[in-house]
Design a protein around this ligand. Structure first.
Ligand SMILES: [Zn+2]
Length: 444
């Protein structure tokens, strides 16, 4: 399709909602407003038009605990497309003896099958200050987001505070961002599994407090991944108040589920790190979303099948941690958030599009409905009602943590750079369509 006019949709941006036409040419949005012109016209009356969702935290084909997360770049991105996610940000697979450029090239090869556009965070494993030249090399390859773990010392993934601080200083100069898994190593007990008693909110709170000081002192833009607890959140907000350059993320499972699921016979299927918390944590996170105090809602999509989780049923040290989510991100945040009055439609466009796009160098190519942006758009029918059932989803796992959930609002059509990934409910996405989106702009 070279040109398409979408007429009369409710166009949603973080600034507001208005009825407008959107003209698309050669995969780009060329006009938002009144469009009078012959040619292909598509009426979208009664539908909500959202910017294509960006899931900034996705782990496809991730090697974990002797297995791999169940989705590869093909199945995971087809599922993303079905759920209105038009861009994902995945991770390189870091190792002490592998340079960042090598890890990036390797991951770009694996991602060739992607059906949606993608970007990468560089996973920083076994990092040492001597490797600093690799940061610039990564930036030259279009990667300026660097992921560090403050925990997981047992599997060698942890970065110590002095090394982290030195890296953050360099990343600040590069105009990049440090993305952090914030749990204080000494306050977690990995031998007891990914459960709240082994990974308490206190661990999150202490790590965020330490991280905030490093961010404040280095000036490094710092993205706190998957904030799960009220304690972690309030420490995060207090540090921002003090001027620490922090951005925060939470995930649908912390907003919708709580730790009561662990008492179920199949509770081990809900293993995720950080673990699910209590109802008061959930409410605090919704309040922060309502106040626009966070940057993104992303999924930490890392699915495993029942069979993969089974060995951990009685032995928590053999339990892979992670939940499926990329396909249900937008529908759940709309249904549980917007339809229930906890957040507005405009908030949705912030958390699922502009917020993550701005955090990770995708803006203004991605994340907005404005002239010059890629024509990545989601049509949502706000009246439609359906139920979540794992067997009707496309993610490569055989359960959903939201099985049987009633959902209000349904993704009916999805465009990626002007091409249909979903049209009237039919999944048309093709592996190989997705392109790598290098970090837009940035200093040298
Ligand atoms: Zn993750």
């Amino acid at each position: 399709m070279s040109e398409l006019a979408i007429r009369g949709a409710k166009v949603v941006t973080p600034q507001g909602v208005r009825e407008a036409d959107v003209l698309i040419r050669e995969g780009k949005i060329v006009r938002v407003g009144r469009v009078h012109r012959p040619g292909k016209v598509l009426s979208a009356r009664g539908l909500v038009l959202l910017p294509g969702a960006i899931d900034a935290h996705v782990h496809l084909a991730l090697p974990v605990a002797g297995t791999r997360s169940a989705d590869d770049f093909e199945s995971g991105t087809l599922a993303a497309a079905a759920g209105g996610v038009t861009t994902i940000v995945d991770f390189t697979v870091g190792r002490a003896e592998k340079s960042l450029p090598a890890a990036i090239e390797e991951r770009l090869k694996e991602a060739r099958k992607a059906a949606v556009d993608f970007s990468l965070h560089a996973e920083m494993i076994g990092w040492t200050p001597e490797r600093r030249a690799e940061l610039l090399q990564a930036a030259e390859l279009g990667v300026r987001s660097f992921k560090f773990y403050m925990t997981y010392g047992d599997s060698g993934r942890r970065t110590s505070l002095p090394v982290l601080g030195a890296a953050m200083e360099r990343i600040a100069r590069l105009g990049g961002v440090a993305m952090i898994h914030a749990e204080a190593e000494e306050l977690v007990d990995p031998g007891r599994g990914p459960y709240p008693e082994a990974r308490p909110a206190l661990a999150e709170e202490v790590a965020i407090a330490e991280l905030a000081v490093l961010a404040l002192r280095t000036g490094c833009l710092t993205y706190v991944a998957h904030i799960s607890s009220m304690q972690g959140l309030s420490t995060f907000l207090a540090a921002k108040e003090r001027g620490a350059p922090l951005m925060g993320e939470t995930c649908p499972h912390y907003l919708i589920l709580d730790e009561s699921v662990y008492a179920r016979p199949d509770g081990y299927l809900y293993s995720v790190t950080p673990p699910l918390r209590g109802p008061q944590d959930r409410e605090a996170l919704w309040t922060a979303l309502f106040r626009r105090e966070l940057q993104a809602v992303s999924t930490d999509h890392c699915p495993f099948t029942r069979a993969q989780k089974e060995p951990g049923k009685d032995d928590p040290t053999r339990l892979p941690s992670g939940l499926p989510g990329v396909e249900t991100l937008l529908p759940l945040l709309y249904s549980e958030g917007v339809a229930k009055g906890r957040i507005s439609l405009s908030d949705l466009a912030w958390y699922l599009a502009e917020g993550p796009a701005r955090a990770f160098g995708l803006w203004p190519k991605k994340g907005g409905i404005q002239e010059g942006a890629d024509a990545d758009l989601v049509f949502l029918d706000p009246q439609a009602r359906w139920e979540i059932h794992a067997d009707a989803l496309h993610m490569a796992t055989d359960f959903s943590p939201y099985e049987g959930f009633p959902v209000v609002g349904k993704v009916t059509s999805v465009l990626s750079r002007g091409r249909w990934l979903v049209r009237d409910g039919e999944l048309l996405a093709q592996p190989g369509w997705g392109e790598f989106v290098p970090w837009q702009g940035g200093k040298e």
